[in-house]
Design a protein around this ligand. Structure first.
Ligand SMILES: Nc1ncnc2c1ncn2[C@@H]1O[C@H](COP(=O)(O)OP(=O)(O)OP(=O)(O)O)[C@@H](O)[C@H]1O
Ligand SMILES: [Mg+2]
Length: 308
């Protein structure tokens, strides 16, 4: 649904995007991650037809964004990282304004506005002014706005930034609902662990280049990071460490707050041998719990904080 080929954007001598290749499949939620200045907003602005690339191509639904601007804009809902200022407008006026801008038939406008208010749970705020809404509600209003013309593709630049945990969960639920409606969603964020649970694909960008593209499982594999296992035992954890650390299957064992964190050496997948070894060593186990590698860890490993 979104296809980027060798996309390059120069701002003077600064290369914001450097021969970027990226494909996003129809119906996927794609998480776009990278440190400040990596080029996320630049990519999204090119896709939204707001910025011309220096070279390379980008297609949405098969349409070249630099050549078929109008057709692309009908298919894309772009939510920028900062909301415009329309503070003295009421919520429904704000949405009707955008409905008019998209040339939606006057008779249909009201129904559409009510529909998106309902979807974003803002119906009760219809007659409030935009500036009287909380940050989370404004974010939802931003989403309501990009849904007005029922686009197939949503490009959302940090829609969860500045939200409290509850509001973030609400945004996440809303995104999943939009996915169920069949939308393709590209979303950038710094709240990495939030993306982990909703994204089908993750792309990590650094200095205008994609350093990784794949599923969370693929990120884990790619990094060769074996899952960590947390082991709790009765008595002194040092005894368990002494049993485990000489074993060839074990990569490392550390003790933290009386629990052991174990990693395996290459090729070792199954943790069944752990319990056996501990029992044979006369150690009573409280729990053996595999820990998932968090997206934040993967991100820190992959991008070493190098920015433009
Ligand atoms: N209009 C502009 N003129 C000059 N340089 C720009 C312009 N817009 C962006 N840049 C530069 O391009 C690079 C990429 O910026 P971009 O906004 O795409 O990054 P980002 O990944 O969205 O970062 P953030 O996480 O901070 O939002 C940065 O070095 C930035 O300074
Ligand atoms: Mg940005």
């Amino acid at each position: 649904m979104i296809e980027i080929k060798q996309l390059t954007k120069q701002y003077g001598s600064l290369t914001a995007l450097d021969h970027l290749d990226l494909t996003i499949k129809e119906g996927d939620i794609f998480g776009y991650i990278g440190p400040n200045g990596a080029g996320k907003t630049t990519t999204m602005r090119v896709l939204a037809t707001l910025l011309d690339p220096t070279s390379g191509q980008a297609f949405i639904d098969g349409l070249d964004v630099t050549k078929k601007g109008n057709e692309v804009r009908c298919r894309v809902g772009y939510m920028p990282d900062f909301m415009g200022v329309y503070d003295d407008l009421k919520v429904f006026e704000y949405l009707e304004f955008f409905a008019a801008a998209f040339k939606i038939d006057r008779k249909k406008r009201q129904g559409i506005v009510e529909g998106v208010l309902e979807l974003t749970d803002l119906t009760s705020k219809k007659h409030f002014t935009v500036d009287s809404l909380s940050r989370g509600m404004q974010q939802r209003l931003g989403l309501a706005r990009v849904l007005i013309h029922d686009p197939k593709v949503l490009i959302l630049d940090e829609p969860a930034s500045g939200l409290d945990p509850r509001a973030r969960i609400e945004v996440r639920e809303l995104l999943l609902e939009l996915k169920r409606m069949g939308k393709t969603i590209m979303i950038s964020s710094h709240i990495l662990s939030e993306l982990e649970e909703i994204c089908d694909q993750i792309g990590i960008i650094e200095r205008g280049k994609l350093v990784f593209d794949g599923t969370m499982d693929e990120i884990r594999k790619h990094m060769g990071v074996h899952s960590r296992i947390k082991v709790e035992v009765i008595g002194d954890p040092q005894r368990a460490l002494d049993v485990l650390s000489p074993m060839p299957q074990i990569g490392s064992v550390t003790i933290e707050q009386r629990a052991l964190t174990v990693t395996f050496s290459d090729g070792q997948e199954n943790n069944g041998f752990l319990a056996k070894a501990l029992v044979q060593g006369g150690i009573d186990i409280v729990s053996i719990e595999p820990q998932k590698l968090k997206l934040d860890d993967a991100f820190l490993e992959l991008t070493k904080g190098i920015v433009n």
